[in-house]
Ligand binder design. Structure first.
Ligand SMILES: Cc1cc2nc3c(=O)[nH]c(=O)nc-3n(C[C@H](O)[C@H](O)[C@H](O)COP(=O)(O)O)c2cc1C
Length: 322
């Protein structure tokens, strides 16, 4: 299956693994790239640019195929050394970057000069158009269903994707709620050139996270996610657990006067112990509604091969015969 996305990134299948904090290590990215998709290392999970350089080198030992790095520009107390991370990406010979959060414009000239293709993750048509205008090569359009930060507009992908297709000239992938061959064909028919998955890739054999995380995703239904931090305009879709119940209770009690400090215990620095140690109730962690469609823990190759086989069957058998 050739699309503008497979051509842009030099990959076999139009499937991208979105950057995921404490999941997107070399093992995850290499498994996706080896299976013919585009694997992504999460830049900021590496605490310094030097550590990112080592992670890129480690990934290069595991795969000769193209992989990318995610750089997330989110409001944070101590601004990370973004120029240092950009340098590590360029010097590491990485040719694909997934940016997310704030506008990446400042860093585009350096990336472009080094021949790096940039796909910016956006949760609205207006941000997607902005990404196109500043020179991004592609957009990952992230609907309201998505795990992580869906923005504040709450437009689900059945509306957001065709709206993006109406407006954008550059290629885009559908992100949020994507799980299988049905998702891929639907994304293509709504105008996307491929799909980006987060939550689905966590429930795979190679995902370098504790088995408890994979079990929690398989056990969850589409009703089990919650939106937190909406009063702070930093909305995040997470899996419901004891910490999330506590956090939402504080949001109800404190109302508009709530500050980040009030909920820091439930959200700040909780990922390592959740993802590595499997302490599932320790804090809030991103998870998509798509958990309701995830029922097994295959290898990444089994997952991607199954998606492509299912997509071909839908297109050439079911749809062709209607
Ligand atoms: C555990 C987890 C951590 C994530 N961390 C990041 C991150 O650090 N930066 C980022 O841009 N997106 C992050 N995301 C969002 C994903 O890259 C992707 O856009 C999203 O998961 C797509 O929705 P889905 O989960 O329905 O597939 C994260 C998602 C999950 C589930």
């Amino acid at each position: 299956m050739k699309t503008r996305i497979t051509e842009l990134f030099g990959i076999e299948h139009p499937i991208i693994q979105g950057g995921m904090h404490y999941v997107g290590f070399a093992e995850m990215a290499a498994a996706v790239s080896e299976a013919g998709g585009l694997g992504i290392i999460t830049g900021l999970t590496q605490r310094t640019p030097e550590l990112l350089a080592k992670e890129i080198a480690r990934c290069r030992e595991m795969t000769k195929k193209p992989f990318g790095v995610n750089l997330t520009f989110l409001p944070s107390v101590n601004t990370p050394d973004y120029p240092g991370y950009i340098k590590a990406i360029i010097e590491g010979g990485v040719k694909a970057v997934e940016t997310a959060g704030n506008n990446p414009q400042k860093y585009l000239p350096a990336l472009k000069e080094a021949g790096v293709k940039v796909i910016h993750k956006c949760t609205s048509v207006r941000h997607s158009l902005k990404a196109e205008a500043i020179g991004c090569d592609a957009v990952s359009v992230d609907g309201f269903e998505c795990g992580g930060h869906p923005g504040e507009d709450d437009v689900p992908n059945f509306i957001l994707l065709p709206r993006a297709a109406e407006e954008l000239k550059i290629p885009f992938v559908a992100s949020g709620g994507m799980a299988d061959g049905r998702s891929l064909v639907a994304a293509l028919s709504l105008g996307a050139d491929g799909m980006n998955m987060g939550t689905r890739f966590i429930a795979t054999k190679e995902a370098p996270v504790h088995q408890n995380v994979k079990d929690a995703i398989v056990a969850a239904s589409e009703l089990d996610t919650r939106l937190v931090m909406r009063p702070l305009r930093n909305t995040e879709r997470v899996l419901k657990n004891a910490a999330v119940d506590r956090l939402l209770q504080k949001e109800r009690e404190l109302g508009a006067s709530i500050k980040f400090e009030d909920i820091a215990a439930e959200v700040a620095g909780v990922y390592p112990r959740i993802m590595k140690e499997g302490e599932m109730d320790l804090g809030a962690w991103s998870c998509g509604m798509v958990a309701g469609l995830i029922k097994d823990v295959p290898t990444v190759k089994e997952l991607i091969d199954r998606i492509m086989a299912e997509a071909h069957a839908i297109i050439h058998e079911r749809l062709a015969k209607l």
